[in-house]
Design a protein around this ligand. Sequence first.
Ligand SMILES: Cc1c2[nH]c(c1CCC(=O)O)Cc1[nH]c(c(CCC(=O)O)c1C)Cc1[nH]c(c(CCC(=O)O)c1C)Cc1[nH]c(c(C)c1CCC(=O)O)C2
Length: 358
Amino acid sequence: MELTNKNFPALKNDRLLRAALGKEVDKVPVWVMRQAGRYLPEFQAVRAKHDFFTVCRTPELACEVTLQPLRRYPHLDASIIFSDILVIPQALGMTVEMHPGLGPVFPNPLKDPSEIDNLQEENAVSRLDYVGKAITLTRHKIEGKVPLIGFTGAPFTLMGYMIEGGGSKTMAKTKEWLEKYSNEVHKLLAMLSRVIVDYLVMQVESGAQLLQVFESSADHLPRELFKEFSAPYLKTIRSEVKRKLEAKQLEQVPMTVFAKGGGHSLDVQAGLGYETLGLDWTVDPIEARKIVGDNITLQGNLDPQDLYKKPEEIRSMTINMVRKFGKHRYIANLGHGITPQTPLESMTVFTEAVHEAV
Ligand SMILES: Cc1c2[nH]c(c1CCC(=O)O)Cc1[nH]c(c(CCC(=O)O)c1C)Cc1[nH]c(c(CCC(=O)O)c1C)Cc1[nH]c(c(C)c1CCC(=O)O)C2
């Protein structure tokens, strides 16, 4: 049988989707940001043979790496497609390399706003069709065990990488742009938003069952700048994805926004139209619930560093966290991505403890 986006196996575990939509669940669903990655020896084995972006661009490899954590950790209630947020700048014509030990490097970052016009918005999403192919293949190979999450970087986070040329502790250049070139910045953020919307719709068409938007660099923005340079675009992305899915007669999917360091504007985030808000570990679950109200799902938020503690301690911290969030409208996760040296057993303890709790 041909593996198309029309004949997927039926979903057997829908806890994640139920929690995102505010329906009752038998157990709290759990998954982990960056669950398919550097801490897994089986991932390292794939990476020893293939360059990072080759894995992203080869559906069979991306599918294999997506499935790896599910084989090792049977308690996981979701998978997230293996890719990276930086495939969008690549599709716009920028070169991005992944340097081991250093992270992403753009040899030619945006030097000034006149270079925005060189970015190739037209057909950008068709240059990302390999992500769609990886999603469709993975939906089949998962055999309905858990839902498949699609994702993107948010406009501000992507712009930051495009200007800085890689990760940055200070975001000095980006902050200079916000100050000096705010009109051009808004033009770039709007362009990125258009590409992101079509990219997310393509992911749903290919088989993604929930979408997460990573605003990983929100920690550089104070509330007022978050309201100007992040929130409006996040809101447009949510409403435009909904509108375009409807226009294409595709099924609606729940969406999550994760603004790392955005604890200062949870009230703003609650108004963006997303079903789920991701929280980093600096946010108190009970305070967050008070701010956002009862009609939104919360996701998070154990400090990834806590996975370096002893199993018994991880277990009790996890159970404590789940009790604070409660069983309703909650998806257990870490407060950011899992880090490379995390002991493999910690993930077992964490995922098991979530299902034991409540
Ligand atoms: C900011 C960001 C990036 N990429 C991503 C974000 C947002 C999430 C976050 O805030 O952590 C998102 C991402 N990147 C990757 C995934 C795969 C799916 C998963 O979560 O399991 C996802 C969802 C694979 C990856 N992306 C990367 C790796 C490791 C690269 C390698 O194998 O050499 C993986 C597995 C590399 C990457 N990619 C990026 C950085 C900064 C780095 C280097 C640091 C790091 O490794 O964590 C950009």
